[in-house]
Design a protein around this ligand. Structure first.
Ligand SMILES: [Fe+2]
Length: 159
Protein backbone atom coordinates (compact mmCIF):
# COMPACT_ATOMS: atom_id res chain seq x y z
CA UNK A 1 0.00 0.00 0.00
CA UNK A 2 1.39 3.37 -0.97
CA UNK A 3 0.78 6.13 1.46
CA UNK A 4 1.22 9.79 0.84
CA UNK A 5 2.37 11.58 3.94
CA UNK A 6 2.08 15.29 4.50
CA UNK A 7 3.16 16.01 8.06
CA UNK A 8 0.52 14.38 10.25
CA UNK A 9 -2.10 13.49 7.65
CA UNK A 10 -1.84 10.25 5.72
CA UNK A 11 -3.77 9.63 2.55
CA UNK A 12 -4.00 6.22 0.93
CA UNK A 13 -2.85 6.54 -2.72
CA UNK A 14 -5.12 3.70 -3.93
CA UNK A 15 -8.03 5.50 -2.31
CA UNK A 16 -7.03 8.72 -4.03
CA UNK A 17 -7.07 6.89 -7.38
CA UNK A 18 -10.50 5.36 -6.65
CA UNK A 19 -11.80 8.75 -5.67
CA UNK A 20 -10.33 10.28 -8.81
CA UNK A 21 -11.95 7.66 -11.10
CA UNK A 22 -15.22 7.95 -9.25
CA UNK A 23 -15.11 11.74 -9.52
CA UNK A 24 -14.43 11.58 -13.25
CA UNK A 25 -17.54 9.41 -13.77
CA UNK A 26 -19.61 11.58 -11.52
CA UNK A 27 -18.50 14.81 -13.25
CA UNK A 28 -19.25 13.29 -16.67
CA UNK A 29 -22.77 12.31 -15.62
CA UNK A 30 -23.47 15.71 -14.06
CA UNK A 31 -22.16 17.42 -17.20
CA UNK A 32 -24.37 15.23 -19.40
CA UNK A 33 -27.46 16.09 -17.38
CA UNK A 34 -26.59 19.80 -17.50
CA UNK A 35 -26.04 19.53 -21.22
CA UNK A 36 -29.47 17.96 -21.73
CA UNK A 37 -31.06 20.67 -19.63
CA UNK A 38 -29.24 23.56 -21.28
CA UNK A 39 -29.92 22.62 -24.91
CA UNK A 40 -33.42 21.28 -24.73
CA UNK A 41 -36.72 22.87 -23.94
CA UNK A 42 -38.62 20.75 -21.40
CA UNK A 43 -40.89 19.48 -24.15
CA UNK A 44 -38.05 18.05 -26.18
CA UNK A 45 -36.48 16.06 -23.33
CA UNK A 46 -37.12 12.36 -23.86
CA UNK A 47 -38.62 11.23 -20.54
CA UNK A 48 -37.31 7.65 -20.78
CA UNK A 49 -33.75 8.67 -21.65
CA UNK A 50 -33.79 11.35 -18.94
CA UNK A 51 -34.99 8.85 -16.30
CA UNK A 52 -32.25 6.45 -17.35
CA UNK A 53 -29.61 9.18 -17.17
CA UNK A 54 -30.76 10.24 -13.70
CA UNK A 55 -30.83 6.65 -12.50
CA UNK A 56 -27.20 6.26 -13.65
CA UNK A 57 -26.37 9.41 -11.70
CA UNK A 58 -28.14 8.03 -8.59
CA UNK A 59 -26.08 4.81 -8.81
CA UNK A 60 -22.84 6.74 -9.25
CA UNK A 61 -23.69 8.93 -6.27
CA UNK A 62 -24.28 5.78 -4.20
CA UNK A 63 -20.71 4.68 -5.04
CA UNK A 64 -19.35 8.17 -4.45
CA UNK A 65 -20.93 8.58 -1.01
CA UNK A 66 -20.01 5.03 0.02
CA UNK A 67 -16.36 5.60 -0.90
CA UNK A 68 -16.24 8.80 1.12
CA UNK A 69 -17.98 7.24 4.10
CA UNK A 70 -15.95 4.02 4.10
CA UNK A 71 -12.58 5.70 3.85
CA UNK A 72 -13.41 9.01 5.49
CA UNK A 73 -11.76 12.20 4.39
CA UNK A 74 -8.74 11.56 6.58
CA UNK A 75 -6.85 8.52 7.78
CA UNK A 76 -8.39 7.23 11.01
CA UNK A 77 -5.00 6.77 12.56
CA UNK A 78 -4.18 10.45 12.57
CA UNK A 79 -5.33 13.14 14.85
CA UNK A 80 -7.26 15.79 12.94
CA UNK A 81 -8.12 19.05 14.64
CA UNK A 82 -11.58 18.65 16.18
CA UNK A 83 -13.08 21.51 14.19
CA UNK A 84 -12.18 19.56 11.01
CA UNK A 85 -13.69 16.33 12.25
CA UNK A 86 -16.88 18.11 13.35
CA UNK A 87 -17.16 19.68 9.91
CA UNK A 88 -16.46 16.27 8.31
CA UNK A 89 -19.32 14.75 10.35
CA UNK A 90 -21.68 17.51 9.25
CA UNK A 91 -20.74 17.03 5.59
CA UNK A 92 -21.07 13.25 5.72
CA UNK A 93 -24.48 13.56 7.36
CA UNK A 94 -25.64 15.42 4.23
CA UNK A 95 -25.16 12.29 2.11
CA UNK A 96 -28.36 10.63 3.34
CA UNK A 97 -30.59 13.57 2.43
CA UNK A 98 -28.83 14.13 -0.90
CA UNK A 99 -29.23 10.46 -1.78
CA UNK A 100 -32.85 10.33 -0.73
CA UNK A 101 -33.53 13.43 -2.86
CA UNK A 102 -31.95 11.99 -6.02
CA UNK A 103 -33.89 8.72 -5.45
CA UNK A 104 -37.16 10.66 -5.31
CA UNK A 105 -36.26 12.63 -8.44
CA UNK A 106 -35.48 9.37 -10.27
CA UNK A 107 -38.83 7.93 -9.11
CA UNK A 108 -40.63 10.99 -10.46
CA UNK A 109 -38.76 10.80 -13.76
CA UNK A 110 -39.62 7.08 -14.07
CA UNK A 111 -43.30 7.71 -13.33
CA UNK A 112 -43.33 10.28 -16.10
CA UNK A 113 -41.47 7.95 -18.49
CA UNK A 114 -43.96 5.14 -17.76
CA UNK A 115 -46.84 7.53 -18.45
CA UNK A 116 -48.37 7.16 -15.01
CA UNK A 117 -51.49 9.30 -14.69
CA UNK A 118 -50.43 11.31 -11.64
CA UNK A 119 -46.79 11.79 -12.75
CA UNK A 120 -45.11 15.16 -12.13
CA UNK A 121 -44.61 17.27 -15.25
CA UNK A 122 -41.09 17.46 -16.69
CA UNK A 123 -40.81 21.15 -15.72
CA UNK A 124 -41.19 20.33 -12.02
CA UNK A 125 -38.78 17.40 -12.20
CA UNK A 126 -36.18 19.62 -13.89
CA UNK A 127 -36.71 22.35 -11.30
CA UNK A 128 -36.29 19.84 -8.47
CA UNK A 129 -33.16 18.46 -10.13
CA UNK A 130 -31.64 21.95 -10.50
CA UNK A 131 -32.13 22.62 -6.80
CA UNK A 132 -30.66 19.22 -5.94
CA UNK A 133 -27.66 19.99 -8.16
CA UNK A 134 -27.02 23.30 -6.40
CA UNK A 135 -27.11 21.61 -2.99
CA UNK A 136 -24.82 18.81 -4.21
CA UNK A 137 -22.30 21.33 -5.60
CA UNK A 138 -22.29 23.26 -2.31
CA UNK A 139 -21.71 19.97 -0.47
CA UNK A 140 -18.82 18.99 -2.78
CA UNK A 141 -17.26 22.45 -2.44
CA UNK A 142 -17.54 22.13 1.33
CA UNK A 143 -15.64 18.84 1.20
CA UNK A 144 -12.92 20.26 -1.02
CA UNK A 145 -12.50 23.28 1.23
CA UNK A 146 -12.35 21.09 4.34
CA UNK A 147 -9.67 18.82 2.89
CA UNK A 148 -7.63 21.77 1.63
CA UNK A 149 -7.89 23.58 4.96
CA UNK A 150 -6.79 20.48 6.89
CA UNK A 151 -3.92 19.77 4.49
CA UNK A 152 -2.79 23.39 4.52
CA UNK A 153 -2.74 23.43 8.29
CA UNK A 154 -0.92 20.10 8.33
CA UNK A 155 1.89 21.22 6.06
CA UNK A 156 2.04 24.66 7.61
CA UNK A 157 0.78 26.66 4.63
CA UNK A 158 -1.07 29.86 5.39
CA UNK A 159 -1.04 31.73 8.64
FE1 LIG B 1 -19.64 13.89 0.06
Amino acid sequence: MTLIRTGMLTVNAAFLQDLKDDNVHLRELLATVNDVLSHASYRSIHAGAFAELLSGLRDQLATHFTLEECFGYFDDAVEVASRFSTQADILQAQHASLFSEICEIVDEAECLAYGEPNACPMSLIVERYRLFHRVLEAHENGERELIMAALNEDIGVGD
